[in-house]
Design a protein around this ligand. Structure first.
Ligand code: ASP
Length: 442
């Protein structure tokens, strides 16, 4: 079988004609890049508006019965500008524009409206490359409840790809059982790319964007942090949970199930190696840790009671109190006579008294109080398992930076250590950890 790479290009990679040319160069340079998944045109400059957002706005006007001619014209202008600048004289989207405008007037649905961004862009790209165009509406399916349906999708998509040599497939959407268009959540073209990679049994899923992969830490906190060369899916999940995002959360699952690696690459610096996301790797870690991520906006309910450990159902009763107020928790580190429940401050808002009263009446604690303004930091790395003294390095660094640690939670997989610090110590703590593990090793 021919070697296949599935390549997905994000909105900034396809925002204008110049970007289209870079994308075409990348694709045509390697004959294995057979299936291309395209996003809608993104922002060309900071204040610019993504075509997807233009479509949402335009459809809103249409559904309120307002005139949307001007907004629709701006969308047409984005595509026509690209087509013209690429010199595609014999190509026009006019018929599609007519159909879409008509469908807007007839309330074709918000998802349908948004999906047209990738639909139109993929048509332009397919023509420009001389590739087939495969409409995702006919090959990517959701079930009655709106969940992605892999069985139905693979049944249709896999044979189609097997008999297609080169094609462009729009990202972000598929069809419901009744034929209406449904989109994934925002940024969902990443998910389409992953699905296509799995259906094509690709050797690799290249996800092209505007950064050269993941960085060990948020560059807004650490100046010029080192890039991550290789990360496992499990490590990525831990970091993504803390808000480190480049790839859509759901994009991991289809390729992970098939063991297909993902390579995050930069359209503007194609020679950079980017980050490889893999199931497992024998590659030695360059640093003990793979990444550091964190988030503010957490609260902790502290519960103390002598002999808590011997009281059957204690934990369940505490969690019941949360359940009653419909609040979920993030972590629950505990000691012999203490238990802390970490919750997002937003989720707790207005429910504090009800939850504390309920806990009091259920478990009669000796002490019970809430602390707000907590930040969590996850220090993640497959290398921590084999390295001795990781915790010592971490805690020494924080002590030297005069950061008080309010909570520690280490998963039994030894893949991560999560610490809680006061929100005001967040940046100092992140820098201290980074310097302790990375800077000295340079
Ligand atoms: N165009 C869609 C969005 O802006 C999907 C994507 O780009 O992945 O969310």
């Amino acid at each position: 079988m021919k070697e296949t790479k599935v390549v997905k290009f994000g909105g900034s990679s396809l925002a204008d004609a110049k970007q289209f040319q870079k994308v075409a160069d990348i694709i045509l340079e390697d004959p294995a890049r057979r299936f291309v998944v395209a996003s809608a045109p993104g922002k060309r400059f900071v204040e610019d508006v993504k075509v997807t957002d233009m479509l949402y706005n335009c459809y809103e006007l249409a559904s309120e019965g307002e005139n949307f001619d001007q907004q629709f014209q701006s969308i047409k202008d984005r595509y026509n500008g690209i087509i013209e600048e690429l010199g595609m004289d014999d190509f026009s989207l006019d018929e599609d524009f007519e159909t879409i405008k008509g469908a807007f007037s007839h309330m074709a649905g918000r998802d349908y409206a948004a999906s047209r961004g990738e639909y139109l862009n993929s048509k332009v790209l397919a023509k420009y490359l001389g590739f087939d165009f495969i409409d995702a509406a006919k090959y990517i399916f959701f079930d009655e409840r709106g969940n992605f349906d892999w069985d139905k999708t693979s049944e249709k998509l896999a044979p189609k790809l097997a008999k297609t040599e080169y094609a462009v497939i729009p990202g972000f959407y598929g069809s419901m059982p009744n034929g209406t268009i449904k989109t994934f959540s925002r940024g969902g073209s990443d998910v389409t790319g992953s699905i296509v990679a799995r259906a094509a049994e690709a050797k690799i899923y290249e996800n092209w964007t505007d950064v050269s992969g993941f960085l060990i830490c948020d560059p807004r906190i650490i100046n010029n942090p080192v890039p991550i060369n290789t990360i496992t899916y499990a490590e990525l999940r831990e970091l993504a949970y803390m808000g480190a995002t480049v790839l859509h959360e759901d994009a991991i699952f289809p390729v992970r199930a098939a063991g297909i690696p993902v390579n995050i690459k930069n359209t503007n610096c194609p020679k950079d190696r980017g980050t490889m996301i893999v199931s497992e790797t024998a590659e030695p870690c360059e640093h003990i840790i793979t990444g550091i991520a964190g988030k503010k906006g957490m609260s902790v309910i502290n519960i103390e009671k002598d002999k808590m450990n011997s009281e059957v159902g204690f934990g369940r009763n505490v969690l019941r109190a949360l359940e009653k107020s419909n609040v979920s928790f993030e972590h629950m580190p505990s000691g012999v006579d203490t238990m802390s429940v970490i919750i997002q401050t937003d989720a707790l808002a207005g429910k504090e008294t009800a939850i504390l009263d309920e806990i009091r009446s259920r478990v009669h604690p000796d002490q019970l109080f809430i602390e707000t303004d907590l930040a969590l930091i996850a220090v993640v790395g497959r290398g921590m398992k084999s390295a001795r003294g990781t915790a010592a390095i971490l805690f020494t660094a924080l002590a030297e930076a005069r950061v008080n640690i309010k909570m520690i939670d280490q998963g039994s997989s030894e893949l991560n250590i999560i610490i809680g610090v006061a929100e005001e110590d967040f940046e100092v703590a992140m820098r201290a950890i980074y310097d302790a593990f990375i800077e000295v090793k340079r």
